[in-house]
Design a protein around this ligand. Sequence first.
Ligand SMILES: *[C@@H]1O[C@H](CO)[C@@H](O)[C@H](O)[C@H]1NC(C)=O
Ligand SMILES: *[C@@H]1O[C@H](CO)[C@@H](O)[C@H](O)[C@H]1NC(C)=O
Length: 337
Amino acid sequence: MSFLRSIGDLIGFLILTVVSIAESIVKLFIPMKYRMKSIAGEIALVTGGGGGLGRLIALRLAKLGAIVVIWDVNKIGTEETVKLVEAIGGTCYGYVCDLCDREDVYKKAKLVKEEVGKVTILINNAGVASGMRFIDTPDKLIIRTMDVNVMSHFWTTKAFLPSMMESNKGHIVSIASLAGHLGVPRLVDYCTSKFAAIGFEEALHMELAARYNINTTVICPFFIRSTGMFEDVSPRFFPRLSPNEVADRVVSAMRCNEKIAVVPGYLYILLVAKWAFPWTVAGMFIRGIVSNTLGCNTTTTPAPKKEVIPTVLPKKSDTVNIHQQLTKRISNSERKP
Ligand SMILES: *[C@@H]1O[C@H](CO)[C@@H](O)[C@H](O)[C@H]1NC(C)=O
Ligand SMILES: *[C@@H]1O[C@H](CO)[C@@H](O)[C@H](O)[C@H]1NC(C)=O
């Protein structure tokens, strides 16, 4: 009996595989804009929204009609993002929150619930990197990397998941990294935290997908320019990404309910290569791509975000134009940590 059942399972599994592949192929021909869900009126929270990628994501969500809540440890950056979102006609609430402090996360989550409402989209975006050889990295920085890049995902998710379960609707997005799939020299703490973030996201997905209408998306970008994190990284073969490109992908992957998005998409090949080739070859290739990281000697404190911001917001002008100016500015400014 159990043998027959196993055969049945196997056949079912194969049929499902064929159907899923067919579905993906059909989807290729449907333009993305028809597959994207509306997020108008939803409350979306972006951690690390006081600058960099988080700010760009916040602007996009606001443009799509979401009510945006941003958390950042940087007060000035937070206020600036609020102003920027308001300048394009969006609604934005900013809270100063230290993601390294679990109690602060819970406290601010409660405040958000009282003052804004139920968060249905949670974007765990905040991230830091130490960028030193492991042996030189002070313990404090290692702990900070783990706290911000992964532990905070536990606390924010714990804070907002219950209300998502209650209304059986929600979406949790984790901004991880390709370095969450591949070990990179000089980024030992960073890679560890990102591997963990990916594991967290995947296990949580398994737990939720079966019972709730709550989706998860994990974004695995290659190195991004101008976020203050990888200014000294000049990878070979592949250019660093513009933060605007990544922000666009974050929003489109979320709206299409994609489970994982590697940015740029063709770098999926790295994940396959890692397991398909003998480690001596795969390891050499990965090291080759990021060899310049070895020269990197910086820490990223939440960088001063000043140069990103126009000191005076144009009083009245076309909002699209403002948006373009701002986003261009962000991508053009090569920020030093
Ligand atoms: C989650 O994803 C599924 C499959 O794409 C979709 O049908 C559902 O509406 C999504 N739910 C939410 C809350 O986005
Ligand atoms: C790395 O940075 C520290 C502090 O900024 C400095 O003291 C040290 O000399 C630098 N090391 C290298 C190899 O550049």
